[in-house]
Design a protein around this ligand. Sequence first.
Ligand SMILES: *[C@@H]1O[C@H](CO)[C@@H](O)[C@H](O)[C@H]1NC(C)=O
Ligand SMILES: *[C@@H]1O[C@H](CO)[C@@H](O)[C@H](O)[C@H]1NC(C)=O
Ligand SMILES: *[C@@H]1O[C@H](CO)[C@@H](O)[C@H](O)[C@H]1NC(C)=O
Ligand SMILES: *[C@@H]1O[C@H](CO)[C@@H](O)[C@H](O)[C@H]1NC(C)=O
Ligand SMILES: *[C@@H]1O[C@H](CO)[C@@H](O)[C@H](O)[C@H]1NC(C)=O
Ligand SMILES: *[C@@H]1O[C@H](CO)[C@@H](O)[C@H](O)[C@H]1NC(C)=O
Ligand SMILES: *[C@@H]1O[C@H](CO)[C@@H](O)[C@H](O)[C@H]1NC(C)=O
Ligand SMILES: *[C@@H]1O[C@H](CO)[C@@H](O)[C@H](O)[C@H]1NC(C)=O
Ligand SMILES: *[C@@H]1O[C@H](CO)[C@@H](O)[C@H](O)[C@H]1NC(C)=O
Ligand SMILES: *[C@@H]1O[C@H](CO)[C@@H](O)[C@H](O)[C@H]1NC(C)=O
Length: 800
Amino acid sequence: MASKYALFLLLLVHYRSATCDREHPGFIRLGSFLSPANHSTSWLSPSGRFAFGFYPNGDGFSVGIWMTSEAENTTPWTSEAENTTTWTANRDDRPVRSTAMLELTLDGRLLLRTDSRNSKLIASVSESASYAAMNDSGNFILYDKDHHVIWDSFSFPTDTLMGGQYLPHGAALLSSMSKSNRSTGRFRLEMQDDGNLVLYPIHTPNISLDAYWASVTQGDRLDLHLNSTGALLLIKNTDSTVRGTLYGGSSVSNNSITYRLVLDSNGILQLYSHSFNRTVVYKTSLEWSIPDDKCSVKSFCGFNSYCTLDDDQPVCRCLPGTNFVDMDQKSRGCERNFTEEWCRDSGRNASSRNIVPMENMGWDDPPYFQAKMQEDDCSKSCLEDCDCDVALLDLDSYCKKQKLPLKYARRNPKASSTAFFKVGFEGVKEKQAGATVPEVPLPTVIIRTKDATVLLLVVTLGLVTWSCVALAISGLFAFKLRFFEYRKLLDRGDIGLSQELALRSFSYKELKRATNGFKEELGKGSFGAVYKGSFSKGKRIVAVKRLEKVINEGEREFRAEMRVIGRTHHKNLVRLLGYCAEESKRLLVYEFMSNGSLADLLFRSQRRPDWSERVRIATEIAKGILYLHEECDAPIIHCDIKPQNILMDDFWTAKISDFGLAKLLMPDQTRTFTGVRGTRGYMAPEWQKNTPISLKTDVYSYGIVLLEIVCCRRNMEVDVQRPEEIVLSSWVYMHFEAGELEKLVRGEEVERKSLEKLIKVGLWCIQDEPALRPSMKCVAMMLEGITDIAVPPCPTAASL
Ligand SMILES: *[C@@H]1O[C@H](CO)[C@@H](O)[C@H](O)[C@H]1NC(C)=O
Ligand SMILES: *[C@@H]1O[C@H](CO)[C@@H](O)[C@H](O)[C@H]1NC(C)=O
Ligand SMILES: *[C@@H]1O[C@H](CO)[C@@H](O)[C@H](O)[C@H]1NC(C)=O
Ligand SMILES: *[C@@H]1O[C@H](CO)[C@@H](O)[C@H](O)[C@H]1NC(C)=O
Ligand SMILES: *[C@@H]1O[C@H](CO)[C@@H](O)[C@H](O)[C@H]1NC(C)=O
Ligand SMILES: *[C@@H]1O[C@H](CO)[C@@H](O)[C@H](O)[C@H]1NC(C)=O
Ligand SMILES: *[C@@H]1O[C@H](CO)[C@@H](O)[C@H](O)[C@H]1NC(C)=O
Ligand SMILES: *[C@@H]1O[C@H](CO)[C@@H](O)[C@H](O)[C@H]1NC(C)=O
Ligand SMILES: *[C@@H]1O[C@H](CO)[C@@H](O)[C@H](O)[C@H]1NC(C)=O
Ligand SMILES: *[C@@H]1O[C@H](CO)[C@@H](O)[C@H](O)[C@H]1NC(C)=O
């Protein structure tokens, strides 16, 4: 059919003399060219409705296809005074100057000459074309000498599907920056292989947490088709059967109407009909559009901001306590207008901060803590918790505490949940006297970077500090057996007599004295505050952690738990020295770690650890986790492996902390603790999917930490040059796939072989599918070079 049509055109053209080739619509011979400089800007379709060629873009020109439109507006939806662009060639290239030339060369290539030296192929095909045609359906086609289509623009859609066009399974429409700037924008419409048509923000994994609309259709390899009467269909390509109808279209076929489906720059998918008056669109109407709620488009507003409708147009507002990162680009999100130091420095003194409640807020980001609470308690609990930036009290009166950044916050008039935002007052940044913290240098103003994710540091800081405290006690017991403290212990018979120190049970009074009345808070971790303490007249320093969020548990169970932790002995684990369980009080005494956390070392210190040091640390962490998983009495799933939980001792040996505590946070033993534990970014996808948590969950977190160690950057950085760099794992995979590993270490001198090894291990560990992740044993073997490492697949490949 197509070839007949083309043949017909061919004859037609030959019939009209060859001299007017270029003026003749629809058919383009070899040797034809266009150039804005001498006013030959386009090749028209036979009806003159569509044109292919140069259109003005910014201060230059781009090559594309458009419909000629008239300024006339008949519905409030149409503001299209200009021609409607339906396709752009090489959309992310810069516009060319008016001296550029587009040529269908004599050897059958479609070439854009930007100047006398540079040129670029518009259609990259190996075969050479015999002629080209601008089709009346809006398709630009290259034919070979047998009139077969060798290339057509419909096969490379940008943000638009025209009537008659298909979006094959596995392909996507990518929105444009704006109506006038056609380069790749912020949203995508994926025709997934599983038959589901889904809208996502552009640089996100293909998971439901990130989706903001889905057709919820199913079927193997369905294609999306917009037929010529405007029906939007899901079609099985093998037998052309219709498996789903998203929109029915018009009942009658009308040649003067053309349909256009576009993913607009705000992330809304819209279907328009255009009525032509001969060659010009004189009426445009919106037929169908999803999602209905423009504010439900995820990522329309950036981190820490939410969307509201203002005169039916979506606008972004900052959450309380934050300001826009960039006033001119509000969609870039918001950042804190104060630092976190005030929280730590003033300890539990809440007068420097306040809570601002807000009705009907909601988000999908998983909380780090949740429990049933009254409204007042929820607000108060967040106010007093340095880790808490906002608490959400939901319908079932679950108080869900959360750290910033919030990714997909939204205001939902239907929900009746209340959010409590913590805001800081001005002038509380100065440290208060008396709260000096030696040993551990508190983070300086670096925290005040633009990066909203930096807020995660709060946790870090807490853990760092407590860990520092921990080191002291161990030495005491190990070497100075004659100390008074120890003799006292012996008298009480609380301590094992082996050379290795057994776990000791302390009284609350003892710990209160050791910490000088819990005076010096080192920080706050995910379980509660950590205080510095000392025994033996200050000779032995320890870290005392006061557990606050432990679900009430009997003393006996708690002691049993502690004994399990106490039995672990490994040089890459922070040692638990003792505990206290009195009435409702639960405290843990750890060795003091003097050199802070891995997070400090990687992200905060002036000096990046050099490559060999980073390799050593990565290996030490792997050994620690391997011990927890396979070498101690009962396997321990850590559940919260992250750089903040890896502490550095005097000799910069990496030690894992907080292991064995995950169980204490479980509401009850029969329920999985989905959403309760873990830190976003390090959490394996199964946390969100309600699938069982296993040892492989730690492997995932380890993989993320490993990539962070390799690249010396956080797993999420908002303040990056290009959006694809935001998420570390996709950034790493992108460069790995492209074979550009050196870009990941930003020019640093590293041994290429070991870099490749670490990256490959990391990518295997972060596979979405737990079964694909290696065991820790296998990881350790790969790191030591005992096992060969296969080329890892794309980490998200399994969840498509
Ligand atoms: C149009 O411009 C191109 C290059 O700028 C030139 O080679 C060609 O001769 C011009 N054609 C006409 C008809 O002016
Ligand atoms: C379109 O937007 C991109 C990204 O913001 C920008 O780099 C480019 O210069 C813009 N192009 C034009 C023609 O304005
Ligand atoms: C629209 O396209 C036609 C050719 O199809 C062209 O003559 C006209 O200048 C264009 N209008 C605008 C505003 O670009
Ligand atoms: C060209 O357009 C006509 C209708 O305008 C359509 O029937 C035909 O299939 C199109 N050819 C191709 C190859 O897209
Ligand atoms: C999402 O799925 C599509 C195929 O359906 C694939 O091309 C794309 O790379 C996937 N994106 C991510 C981030 O995994
Ligand atoms: C488009 O699809 C609809 C719904 O399946 C159907 O009724 C209509 O006939 C189709 N139009 C064409 C031109 O095939
Ligand atoms: C096609 O649509 C146009 C505009 O809506 C209308 O004026 C015309 O009568 C229609 N033609 C047919 C054959 O239905
Ligand atoms: C169609 O175009 C002609 C002239 O090109 C004009 O007279 C007529 O009013 C137009 N019809 C509509 C409905 O715009
Ligand atoms: C809390 O802070 C305020 C002002 O910074 C101070 O006046 C007050 O004494 C502090 N209270 C306690 C208990 O530290
Ligand atoms: C931060 O912004 C809030 C409003 O969102 C304001 O009340 C508060 O005073 C500001 N704090 C600082 C330190 O500027």
